[in-house]
Design a protein around this ligand. Structure first.
Ligand SMILES: Nc1ncnc2c1ncn2[C@@H]1O[C@H](COP(=O)(O)OP(=O)(O)OP(=O)(O)O)[C@@H](O)[C@H]1O
Ligand SMILES: [Mg+2]
Length: 234
């Protein structure tokens, strides 16, 4: 196990955004989290990376080696910063010379399929897919073991989604990553997942092998989610 989450809770007033969630993440897996809008997926992700503080519960394991890529690279990449300053942020707690930083930045840009000479450009000068590659590059520069992708391809057209998914698969092998992939796109989830976790009203109601969840969902709610996505007969 690379991460153990136990009895995690986060309430916003009367909203039980994450409500007593317990699960583990296996080293090297693709764990997909699905569930309707407002079910607590992003809140759970933000608790895992420490962007939010839990009311109760524990996160044990490689919690200091988690990075996150958000849905909308326009809002996660500061428009006033160059690619260089965006990427350099990843080094803020590492003691690395500026030459070594430059080398690492160029290597990571190459790994995500971008040219190394874009360091002086600003986020608005790129396409959505390119911006998401920059966000992935920034996350990888921090040497994570776990990458949380929260709707990270949802704002992209379908061909670019496929390119980014293929890129993620390559990067996973190259950098030995574990993915937590949050998505409403069950077609992508079906192809991408080793395991699937289902969230509903702050609770994780089901977790299992992707194939099993698709073939034999244990919960009626999961059946309904799948049938809504694929027009299955329930
Ligand atoms: N900072 C906040 N303050 C108050 N309520 C919040 C806050 N963040 C989230 N919530 C509420 O917590 C619940 C869970 O939200 P969350 O963003 O985790 O859902 P989600 O599953 O990621 O939804 P989506 O699929 O639409 O992204 C929602 O009811 C939301 O309104
Ligand atoms: Mg969300």
């Amino acid at each position: 196990m690379i991460l153990e989450i136990s009895h995690l809770k986060k309430y916003f007033g009367s909203v039980h955004a994450v409500d007593d969630v317990t699960f583990s993440v296996v080293d090297g897996e693709n764990l997909c989290i699905i569930g309707e809008s407002g079910s607590g997926k992003s809140t759970l992700a933000k608790l895992m990376i420490g962007l939010l503080k839990a009311d109760q519960g524990q996160i044990q394991g490689e919690r200091n080696h988690i990075q996150m890529v958000f849905q909308d690279p326009c809002s996660s990449l500061d428009p006033l910063w160059t690619v260089r300053s965006i990427l350099r942020e990843a080094f803020y707690c590492q003691k690395i010379s500026s030459e070594a930083q430059l080398k690492a930045m160029q290597e990571i840009l190459q790994a995500v399929g971008l040219p190394g000479d874009i360091l002086n450009r600003f986020p608005h000068e790129f396409s959505g897919g390119e911006r998401q590659r920059i966000a992935i590059a920034r996350a990888l520069l921090a040497n994570p073991k776990i990458l949380i992708l929260d709707e990270a391809v949802s704002s992209l057209d379908i061909l670019v989604q496929k390119q980014i998914i293929d890129l993620l698969m390559d990067l996973k092998r190259e950098f030995n990553l574990t993915y937590i992939f949050i998505s409403h796109n069950l077609r992508i989830v079906k192809n991408f997942s080793d395991r699937i976790a289902v969230m509903r009203e702050g609770k994780m109601i089901e977790i299992g092998l992707g194939q099993d969840i698709f073939d034999r969902p244990g919960e009626l709610y999961t059946q309904q989610l799948l049938s809504a996505a694929f027009d299955y007969q329930v």
